[in-house]
Design a protein around this ligand. Sequence first.
Ligand code: SAH
Length: 233
Amino acid sequence: MAGTLVACGATQERTTPEQAGQEARERMLRGQIEARGVQDPRVLHAMRSVPRERFVPEAQRSQAYEDRPLPIGHGQTISQPFVVAAMTEALRPQPSDRVLEIGTGSGYQAAVLSLLVAHVYSIEIVPELALQARETLATQGYENVQVITGDGFRGLPDQAPFDGIIVTAAPAQVPPALIEQLAPGGRLVIPVGDWRQELRVLERGPSGIRETSLFPVRFVPMIGEAQQRPRSP
Ligand code: SAH
Protein backbone atom coordinates (compact mmCIF):
# COMPACT_ATOMS: atom_id res chain seq x y z
CA MET A 1 0.00 0.00 0.00
CA ALA A 2 1.11 3.48 -0.81
CA GLY A 3 0.71 4.57 2.79
CA THR A 4 2.97 1.79 4.00
CA LEU A 5 5.58 2.60 1.37
CA VAL A 6 5.67 6.24 2.38
CA ALA A 7 6.00 5.28 6.04
CA CYS A 8 8.76 2.86 5.10
CA GLY A 9 10.64 5.47 3.09
CA ALA A 10 10.36 7.93 5.92
CA THR A 11 11.83 5.41 8.34
CA GLN A 12 14.81 4.79 6.09
CA GLU A 13 15.52 8.48 5.63
CA ARG A 14 15.20 9.44 9.29
CA THR A 15 18.51 10.73 10.61
CA THR A 16 19.93 8.85 13.57
CA PRO A 17 21.06 10.81 16.65
CA GLU A 18 24.65 10.02 15.59
CA GLN A 19 24.13 11.56 12.15
CA ALA A 20 22.42 14.58 13.68
CA GLY A 21 25.37 15.03 16.04
CA GLN A 22 27.84 14.77 13.20
CA GLU A 23 25.98 17.39 11.18
CA ALA A 24 25.78 19.70 14.19
CA ARG A 25 29.53 19.28 14.70
CA GLU A 26 30.23 20.15 11.07
CA ARG A 27 28.21 23.35 11.48
CA MET A 28 30.03 24.11 14.75
CA LEU A 29 33.40 23.61 13.05
CA ARG A 30 32.60 25.88 10.11
CA GLY A 31 30.60 28.56 11.90
CA GLN A 32 32.38 28.86 15.25
CA ILE A 33 35.84 27.34 15.10
CA GLU A 34 37.41 27.52 11.63
CA ALA A 35 35.62 30.86 11.08
CA ARG A 36 37.50 32.30 14.09
CA GLY A 37 40.89 31.11 12.96
CA VAL A 38 41.60 27.73 14.57
CA GLN A 39 43.67 25.91 11.94
CA ASP A 40 45.54 22.94 13.43
CA PRO A 41 44.12 20.00 11.42
CA ARG A 42 44.57 17.54 14.30
CA VAL A 43 42.65 19.82 16.65
CA LEU A 44 39.87 20.30 14.08
CA HIS A 45 39.66 16.55 13.62
CA ALA A 46 39.38 15.97 17.38
CA MET A 47 36.64 18.62 17.68
CA ARG A 48 34.85 16.89 14.82
CA SER A 49 35.08 13.50 16.56
CA VAL A 50 33.97 14.06 20.17
CA PRO A 51 30.17 13.86 20.69
CA ARG A 52 29.73 17.00 22.81
CA GLU A 53 26.08 16.13 23.52
CA ARG A 54 27.29 13.18 25.63
CA PHE A 55 29.09 15.54 28.01
CA VAL A 56 26.18 17.86 28.81
CA PRO A 57 23.22 17.06 31.09
CA GLU A 58 20.18 15.53 29.39
CA ALA A 59 18.23 18.78 29.69
CA GLN A 60 20.90 20.74 27.76
CA ARG A 61 21.43 18.21 24.99
CA SER A 62 19.55 20.12 22.30
CA GLN A 63 21.87 23.08 22.98
CA ALA A 64 25.12 21.08 23.00
CA TYR A 65 26.49 22.72 19.84
CA GLU A 66 25.49 26.30 20.58
CA ASP A 67 28.14 29.00 20.62
CA ARG A 68 28.31 29.38 24.41
CA PRO A 69 29.16 27.62 27.67
CA LEU A 70 26.42 25.47 29.23
CA PRO A 71 25.63 24.63 32.87
CA ILE A 72 26.74 21.17 34.03
CA GLY A 73 25.55 21.43 37.66
CA HIS A 74 27.30 22.45 40.91
CA GLY A 75 27.54 26.02 39.56
CA GLN A 76 30.01 24.88 36.89
CA THR A 77 29.98 25.02 33.09
CA ILE A 78 31.26 23.20 30.03
CA SER A 79 33.29 25.75 28.04
CA GLN A 80 32.17 27.27 24.73
CA PRO A 81 33.32 25.05 21.80
CA PHE A 82 35.55 27.77 20.29
CA VAL A 83 37.34 28.29 23.61
CA VAL A 84 38.02 24.54 23.91
CA ALA A 85 39.41 24.47 20.36
CA ALA A 86 41.54 27.61 20.77
CA MET A 87 43.01 26.46 24.10
CA THR A 88 43.76 23.03 22.66
CA GLU A 89 45.51 24.57 19.67
CA ALA A 90 47.48 26.91 21.96
CA LEU A 91 48.78 23.87 23.84
CA ARG A 92 50.34 22.55 20.54
CA PRO A 93 49.58 18.94 21.48
CA GLN A 94 51.91 16.21 20.16
CA PRO A 95 51.06 12.48 20.00
CA SER A 96 53.68 11.50 22.59
CA ASP A 97 52.72 14.24 25.10
CA ARG A 98 51.58 13.74 28.68
CA VAL A 99 49.15 16.50 29.56
CA LEU A 100 47.62 17.76 32.81
CA GLU A 101 44.22 19.45 32.92
CA ILE A 102 42.97 21.37 35.97
CA GLY A 103 39.14 21.46 36.04
CA THR A 104 37.72 18.27 34.49
CA GLY A 105 34.11 19.54 34.69
CA SER A 106 32.13 17.47 32.18
CA GLY A 107 35.25 15.74 30.82
CA TYR A 108 34.73 17.21 27.33
CA GLN A 109 38.05 19.09 27.11
CA ALA A 110 39.81 15.97 28.42
CA ALA A 111 38.14 13.85 25.72
CA VAL A 112 39.26 16.25 22.98
CA LEU A 113 42.82 16.21 24.35
CA SER A 114 42.85 12.43 24.69
CA LEU A 115 42.60 12.08 20.91
CA LEU A 116 45.69 14.26 20.45
CA VAL A 117 48.17 13.14 23.10
CA ALA A 118 49.41 9.95 24.78
CA HIS A 119 47.92 10.50 28.23
CA VAL A 120 45.70 13.03 29.99
CA TYR A 121 45.63 13.53 33.77
CA SER A 122 42.68 15.68 34.78
CA ILE A 123 42.00 17.04 38.28
CA GLU A 124 38.49 18.02 39.45
CA ILE A 125 37.74 19.51 42.85
CA VAL A 126 33.98 18.71 42.98
CA PRO A 127 33.77 14.96 43.74
CA GLU A 128 30.36 14.50 42.06
CA LEU A 129 31.63 16.06 38.82
CA ALA A 130 34.79 13.94 38.91
CA LEU A 131 32.68 10.81 39.32
CA GLN A 132 30.32 11.75 36.50
CA ALA A 133 33.16 12.70 34.13
CA ARG A 134 35.01 9.47 34.89
CA GLU A 135 31.87 7.54 34.00
CA THR A 136 31.17 9.49 30.79
CA LEU A 137 34.77 9.15 29.59
CA ALA A 138 34.79 5.40 30.29
CA THR A 139 31.42 4.84 28.59
CA GLN A 140 32.57 6.78 25.54
CA GLY A 141 35.80 4.79 25.35
CA TYR A 142 38.37 7.49 26.19
CA GLU A 143 40.81 5.16 27.91
CA ASN A 144 43.91 7.34 28.14
CA VAL A 145 42.31 9.84 30.55
CA GLN A 146 42.74 9.60 34.30
CA VAL A 147 40.41 11.76 36.41
CA ILE A 148 41.74 12.64 39.84
CA THR A 149 39.51 14.12 42.56
CA GLY A 150 41.24 17.00 44.34
CA ASP A 151 42.50 20.59 44.26
CA GLY A 152 44.65 21.23 41.19
CA PHE A 153 46.28 24.40 42.59
CA ARG A 154 49.49 22.50 43.29
CA GLY A 155 49.35 20.46 40.11
CA LEU A 156 50.22 16.77 40.21
CA PRO A 157 53.83 16.54 41.47
CA ASP A 158 53.88 12.72 41.38
CA GLN A 159 53.42 12.65 37.61
CA ALA A 160 55.33 15.85 36.71
CA PRO A 161 56.80 17.16 34.49
CA PHE A 162 54.13 17.64 31.81
CA ASP A 163 54.48 18.55 28.13
CA GLY A 164 51.32 20.61 28.48
CA ILE A 165 49.10 21.93 31.27
CA ILE A 166 45.65 23.33 30.52
CA VAL A 167 43.61 25.10 33.18
CA THR A 168 39.86 25.64 32.76
CA ALA A 169 39.06 27.56 35.96
CA ALA A 170 40.57 30.99 36.54
CA PRO A 171 42.93 31.82 39.43
CA ALA A 172 43.82 35.46 40.18
CA GLN A 173 47.46 34.65 39.47
CA VAL A 174 49.29 31.80 37.79
CA PRO A 175 49.88 29.07 40.44
CA PRO A 176 53.69 28.71 40.78
CA ALA A 177 53.53 24.89 41.05
CA LEU A 178 52.05 24.66 37.56
CA ILE A 179 55.00 26.56 36.06
CA GLU A 180 57.41 24.32 37.97
CA GLN A 181 55.75 21.20 36.58
CA LEU A 182 56.31 22.17 32.91
CA ALA A 183 58.81 20.01 31.00
CA PRO A 184 61.39 21.75 28.75
CA GLY A 185 59.42 23.10 25.78
CA GLY A 186 56.20 22.54 27.75
CA ARG A 187 53.27 24.96 27.55
CA LEU A 188 50.78 26.11 30.17
CA VAL A 189 47.48 27.51 28.86
CA ILE A 190 45.55 29.31 31.59
CA PRO A 191 42.86 31.97 32.13
CA VAL A 192 44.08 34.52 34.70
CA GLY A 193 42.20 37.24 36.58
CA ASP A 194 39.16 37.92 38.70
CA TRP A 195 36.22 39.33 36.77
CA ARG A 196 38.17 40.35 33.68
CA GLN A 197 40.35 37.45 32.70
CA GLU A 198 42.79 36.88 29.88
CA LEU A 199 43.96 33.63 28.40
CA ARG A 200 47.73 33.30 28.80
CA VAL A 201 50.32 30.89 27.44
CA LEU A 202 53.54 30.27 29.39
CA GLU A 203 56.23 28.29 27.60
CA ARG A 204 59.37 26.83 29.17
CA GLY A 205 62.09 27.73 26.66
CA PRO A 206 65.87 27.28 26.84
CA SER A 207 66.25 30.70 28.45
CA GLY A 208 63.32 30.53 30.84
CA ILE A 209 59.58 31.14 30.83
CA ARG A 210 58.08 33.12 27.96
CA GLU A 211 54.59 34.48 28.55
CA THR A 212 52.09 35.63 25.94
CA SER A 213 48.50 36.77 26.18
CA LEU A 214 45.86 35.45 23.76
CA PHE A 215 42.41 36.99 24.27
CA PRO A 216 39.91 37.96 27.00
CA VAL A 217 37.88 35.10 28.46
CA ARG A 218 35.40 34.45 31.25
CA PHE A 219 35.84 31.23 33.21
CA VAL A 220 34.46 30.16 36.57
CA PRO A 221 36.94 31.02 39.35
CA MET A 222 39.47 28.44 40.52
CA ILE A 223 38.27 27.43 43.99
CA GLY A 224 40.14 25.81 46.88
CA GLU A 225 43.63 26.95 47.81
CA ALA A 226 43.74 29.49 44.96
CA GLN A 227 41.12 31.55 46.82
CA GLN A 228 43.09 31.65 50.06
CA ARG A 229 45.86 33.62 48.35
CA PRO A 230 45.81 37.42 48.30
CA ARG A 231 44.12 38.66 45.12
CA SER A 232 45.74 41.07 42.70
CA PRO A 233 44.66 44.73 43.16
N1 SAH B 1 37.10 21.59 31.22
C1 SAH B 1 35.70 21.50 31.60
C2 SAH B 1 35.09 22.83 31.96
C3 SAH B 1 35.44 23.16 33.30
S1 SAH B 1 34.55 24.31 34.24
C4 SAH B 1 34.88 20.82 30.55
O1 SAH B 1 35.40 20.50 29.47
O2 SAH B 1 33.69 20.59 30.81
C5 SAH B 1 35.77 24.44 35.50
C6 SAH B 1 35.91 23.23 36.41
O3 SAH B 1 37.02 23.48 37.27
C7 SAH B 1 34.71 22.99 37.30
O4 SAH B 1 34.25 21.68 37.16
C8 SAH B 1 35.27 23.25 38.71
O5 SAH B 1 34.67 22.44 39.69
C9 SAH B 1 36.73 22.93 38.52
N2 SAH B 1 37.65 23.54 39.49
C10 SAH B 1 37.58 24.76 40.07
N3 SAH B 1 38.62 24.96 40.90
C11 SAH B 1 39.38 23.83 40.85
C12 SAH B 1 40.59 23.41 41.49
N4 SAH B 1 41.22 24.19 42.37
N5 SAH B 1 41.08 22.18 41.19
C13 SAH B 1 40.44 21.36 40.32
N6 SAH B 1 39.28 21.70 39.69
C14 SAH B 1 38.76 22.91 39.95
